[in-house]
Write a protein that binds this ligand. Structure first.
Ligand code: ATP
Length: 222
């Protein structure tokens, strides 16, 4: 399980973005979180992905308490949690080919065929792998970003508004991929979105943001 209990986190010392948030992800299930813009969904994902240290609260990853974040986090813990971000163009180096992007998180020594396998898994045709981000659509680039995330074989997938930039058919295809990953590989997934129809269509359970914890603390003015 990947869980946080009573999580408080923020960016400025005098203001908490997350206050006493609790949520649990279980392998084989998709949990949806719906909340309005700016409520802190991406911040929650950053903490769960060990990319942002919380101020307080208990973060547990498969029975271990997580104490270190960002590059100080043990690689084995970081690899267990994969993120797909909202903006694929901000998440992919524009100088790299899609082949390089897809292969970025594969373990050292993985055979070259692994990149082709991942590309096929997410529906990228071989000709696209030689292109750079500006030569493909947002949907194709988001598929490459998902393939990159899957290359680390994460036990938990955190999807941050991952279909927000896509048309309806690309969004549906990506959601289908996430569902298949959860069903066939036992990954646990979190999907955050402001789109309740999307969450209802793919999640085992959807939680409203305001049900996750306490209200944000008022700025202290210090
Ligand atoms: N790096 C940062 N430094 C300072 N404040 C930040 C930073 N990132 C986010 N914030 C602030 O934290 C709050 C929550 O932002 P966050 O991106 O987590 O919300 P969100 O629910 O994901 O929003 P959206 O749905 O619009 O993506 C916002 O007030 C935002 O301005």
């Amino acid at each position: 399980m990947l869980s946080v209990t009573n999580l408080t986190a923020g960016y400025r010392r005098d203001h908490d973005v997350l206050t006493r948030i609790s949520i649990t992800l279980t392998p084989g299930r998709i949990v949806g979180v719906q909340g309005p813009s700016g409520c802190g969904k991406s911040t929650l994902i950053r903490v769960l992905a060990l990319l942002h240290p919380p101020r307080s609260g208990d973060l547990r990853l498969d029975g271990e308490t997580v104490r270190r974040f960002r590059y100080a986090a043990p690689a084995a813990q970081r690899r267990r949690v994969g993120v797909v971000f909202q903006h694929p163009r901000a998440a992919a180096d524009p100088r790299h080919t899609l082949r390089r992007i897809v292969s970025a998180h594969l373990p050292a020594g993985a055979p070259g065929t692994e990149t082709d396998r991942l590309a096929e898994l997410v529906g990228l045709t071989p000709d696209l792998l030689d292109r750079r981000p500006h030569e493909v659509s947002d949907g194709q680039l988001q598929r490459a970003c998902l393939a990159r995330t899957l290359g680390a074989d994460p036990r938990y997938l955190l999807c941050d508004e991952m279909t927000a930039m896509l048309d309806a058919s690309s969004a549906a295809a990506l959601v289908h991929l996430i569902k298949a990953q959860v069903e066939h590989h036992g990954r646990g997934a979190l999907m955050v979105s402001h789109d309740s129809a999307l969450l209802d269509a793919c999640c085992d359970e959807t939680v409203q943001w305001h049900d996750l914890g306490g209200p944000p603390a008022a700025p202290t003015g210090r």
